[in-house]
Design a binder for this molecule. Structure first.
Ligand code: C2O
Ligand code: CU
Length: 471
């Protein structure tokens, strides 16, 4: 893709150079879940997104920090969170990728009334699946998430894979002004019709780190979460071979991704095993190479003076699968879902442009089966009988990539362009390249109304969303 706003590589590097600490590997404030609910208070704060000499940036955040606190529970435990709203507008919290009861899904206007300014809402659900998840508002997400409202939600396995250290990197991409504040253009029609709000400042856990200390021979489990509105990451770990052990929280056969590049669309998560195979004193550069002409260095891994061990440990990497219902592929009902819209050159892309014109006039730019959000939110896109198996045959008839997210369920990605996928991975958000066809399969086993949308938040806001009813 060549349509991104150029990332200000120089400002990233300059900013990074002054910053030699390594706070990124330290866990975020962990909050044990016992009987009293943890409070997540959405409000305004300011933070050093860029290190000195830059000043603070005004953001919206949970409990005064972006990302918000890392919530950690054990699989099977009950999560209880009191959401409180100190913003000037209504909000909600959605637990991305977690299979919750419908009333706890946090979609304003669909599963609950939005939490008004000054209001509270108690979220309560059991953590059925272990894995890497996250939370964010589902109310004007393009601005609320874009201003910094999000945090990690980690559900620990009873028998995790053995590693020396566990690290969470929540990646974000901010569009900042020269004055170091967030650019106000949230919801711009140009962004919505193109690749979304691509920014110019990439952070790891709300900071721009220069280097992160590692040890030769060390094994790290790296939990990557893409919290950006629109940026897709393609991470390359210098000479290291990352091994993917989970995608969107769900275990997958451990494998090295094609070209050793870890691709992460908005909202997606990948758990990696990284064996630090460099020598003591080495430096490894982690870079983002997704947008070819705009490669930049994300961070350096700096090896300490001593080695932890001489060779990578031979500890197993396979995680225990979560209790997901296996779809019956042979008996599954197939549904065609076609995505249209967006700009290519001067053209609005659509199979039936005439029928879409009225919706375009009303502000929609993206369509699912020829209709935009205003229709899809009035009635479900599909109604699926509880307990039945389904295959969505999805087709991206646009010139843009889209990370398509389905709430309340995980699905298997069974085929791309008619060919079975090598890992038949479980996901909750699947990247579709332009013109790509992707088949996903799942059991509709969670009753309720579940959002189905593009997680480029500007695309979602401009019509690329609907909901699926399971009853
Ligand atoms: Cu991450 Cu519908 O959301
Ligand atoms: Cu999209």
């Amino acid at each position: 893709m060549t349509h991104a706003t150029p990332l200000s590589r120089r400002s990233l590097l300059k900013a990074g150079a002054a910053f030699a600490a390594a706070p990124i590997l330290a866990p975020l404030a962990a909050a044990a879940q016992t009987s009293a609910p943890l409070t997540l208070r959405a409000g305004k704060s300011s933070t050093a997104l860029r290190p000195a000499p830059y000043g603070l940036t005004d953001v919206w955040s949970y409990n005064g920090s972006t990302p918000g606190p890392e919530i950690r529970v054990k699989q099977g435990e009950r999560v209880r969170i009191m959401a409180s709203n100190a913003l000037d507008e209504p909000t909600t919290i959605h637990w991305h990728g977690i299979r919750t009861p419908n009333a706890m899904d946090g979609v304003g206007g669909l599963t609950q009334a939005p939490i008004e300014k000054g209001g509270e809402f108690l979220y309560e659900f059991d953590a059925l699946d272990a894995g890497t998840f996250w939370y964010h508002p589902h109310q004007r997400s393009f601005e609320q998430v874009g201003r910094g409202l999000y945090g990690p939600l980690i559900v620990e396995e009873a028998d995790p894979v053995q590693v020396d250290r566990e690290v969470t990197w929540m990646l974000d991409d901010w569009r900042m002004t020269n004055e170091g504040q967030l650019d106000d253009s949230f919801g711009s029609r140009h962004d919505a019709a193109h690749g979304g709000r691509i920014g110019n400042t990439v952070t790891i856990n709300g900071e721009i780190p220069d280097r992160i200390a590692v040890q030769s021979g060390e094994r790290i489990r790296l939990r990557l979460i893409n919290a950006a509105n629109a940026r897709i990451f393609g991470l390359q770990f210098g000479g290291l071979s990352p091994v993917v052990i989970a995608m969107d929280g769900q275990p997958v056969t451990p494998h090295t991704p094609p070209d050793e590049v870890v691709v992460l669309g908005p909202a997606m998560r990948v758990d990696l095993i990284l064996d630090m195979s460099g020598k003591a004193g080495d430096t490894t550069i982690v870079s983002d190479i997704f947008y070819e002409e705009l490669e930049y260095e994300l961070v350096k891994l700096a090896y300490g003076p001593t080695a932890l061990r001489d060779a990578a440990p031979d500890w197993p990497m396979t995680l225990t699968p979560n209790p997901l219902s296996e779809p019956d592929i042979a008996a599954a009902t197939r549904h065609q879902i076609v995505f249209n819209g967006g700009m290519m050159g001067q053209m609005m892309m659509g199979a039936d442009r005439g029928a879409m014109m009225e919706q375009i006039r009303q502000g929609s730019m993206w369509f699912i089966n020829g209709k935009a959000a205003m229709d899809h939110l009035a009635a479900p896109l599909l109604s699926l009988p509880l307990g039945s198996s389904h295959i969505f045959e999805m087709e991206n008839s646009t010139g843009w990539p889209h990370p398509i997210h389905f709430h309340g369920h995980s699905f298997r990605v069974i085929a791309r362009n008619g060919r079975p996928t090598p890992h038949q991975e479980w996901q909750d958000t699947v990247m579709m390249a332009p013109e790509e066809r992707v088949e996903i399969a799942f059991v509709a086993d969670n009753p309720g109304d579940w959002m189905f949308h593009c997680h480029i938040l500007e695309h979602q806001a401009a019509g690329m969303m609907g909901f699926v009813r399971v009853e």
